[in-house]
Ligand binder design. Sequence first.
Ligand code: NAP
Length: 490
Amino acid sequence: MSTPSVIVVGAGFGGLGVAIELQRNGFDKITILERAADLGGVWRENTYPGAACDVPSTLYSFSYEPKPDWPHRYSGQADILGYLHTVAVKYRLLDRIVFDTEVTEARFDESAQRWTVRTANGADRTADVLICAVGQLSRPRMPDIAGIDTFTGPSFHSAQWDHSVELTGKRVAVIGTGASAIQFVPAIAPEVERLTLFQRTAAWVVRRTDRNYRPMHHALFRHVPGLRLAQRLWVWCFLEFFSLGLTAIPPIRRIATWLGTRALRGDIPDARLREKLTPDYPVLCKRVLFSNEYYPALVRPNVDVVTEHIAEVVPEGVRTADGTVHPADVIVYGTGFKGSEFLWPIKVFGREGVELDRMWDEGARAYLGMAVPGFPNMFLMYGPNTNLGTGSILYMIECQARYIRQAVRYLSDHPHSRLEVRPETAAAFDEQLQRRLLRTPWTACSSWYRNAAGRITNNWPGTVTAYRLRTRTLDPADYLTGLPDSIGIR
Ligand code: NAP
């Protein structure tokens, strides 16, 4: 192969990150297919009031593309999307993105040794390498609650916020208390007449120290790069420390428990409300939520926290199991995403027409989160078991981009070859990973990290540093590299 052609599916941080890495290393036959009319992935989709990233921007940005003038330590959605646009323009990626093009199917063609990608508008495209970068949180999940369609007022998911719906002076029901809800509840609470928050499981919430950056900070970050790097390093170490608590050093979890308990005691004076908001599962099992505004919003006189089980949605609001109807003019579903249904609903067929969904019927898995046996020359960005309990997913994305760049380099240097991860390599990796996952707190409750069968399909059981070391060098011995006649049939 000369320069391999590459199709990247998705123009979020993952898709753009891998495209930049390839392009910077001379691989420029890249096409990015994006289902929406704009780039940005989750940062384009999630426009709910208060949408922001709870990882400091100094770390939630590409290491090679620092931005000295973030307006805040924790940036909002618009600033992050703006950053991604600036990066895309700088690396001249816009011409490579085909917008409004939803991929419905990808199929490996044995005879041509190429991937054929079908899109919703019926057009087929082919490439030597397929990189799926559709993220883990791109498909909103509506809850399975009876009567949802009977509600007579407007209702929407937090990731599809309907900005045409005026909330001022309205009675708003919010279902869900995850990372999204804890951001939009404080943002809308002051303007609504009544906010009824339906909580199924109390979250662990800890405070954070945000700050505005002024021109003086921007000048310092611009002209004293060491300062910016030191800040990034400090955030990195802080988050790596807590990720050790998830895995190697469980006593660290006590610090997180203490921080959560302190925030709850400090911000919720009312004992009954405090009891409702006290989590009944170990800290770090679900994602810890960072907010200084969430608890104070819940003590507002116009906010009720309802912990009674939801029986159904009725035309005039939400009825709980005790028979109470909680009237609402608007319902907002902060109920998360189909996180364990990787790549869904794209149908992917590998060697011998094997469907990826069938390979994954017991849960998605991939070698290093990137490569699947039977799917030659296909790689995943932010694939199975690469999400983090703490830390910046952007660095994981950078590790993956570098690894995949090595794969493309190998294919370029070895024209009569392909890369298909060895089944035994992938199986051994998965077994070791799942063993380690059993020692993490993620097994102690249900969350989007686990599929219906309880398998943890999303998270990486280690530090970001460990992932970096694991993915630093692509070892061709992990892969079947010969063309069809020398590849054993399973
Ligand atoms: P989520 O964490 O999955 O939370 C969904 C919420 O909806 C949970 O409280 C869940 O309760 C509740 N829920 C689901 N089905 C329900 C039902 N049938 N009845 C009642 N309650 C129901 O979703 P999310 O808040 O959108 O966050 C998803 C992920 O996005 C986060 O974990 C994070 O990785 C990412 N995110 C990140 C940021 C950031 O600042 N970096 C911000 C927002 C989102 P249970 O807990 O009982 O299941």
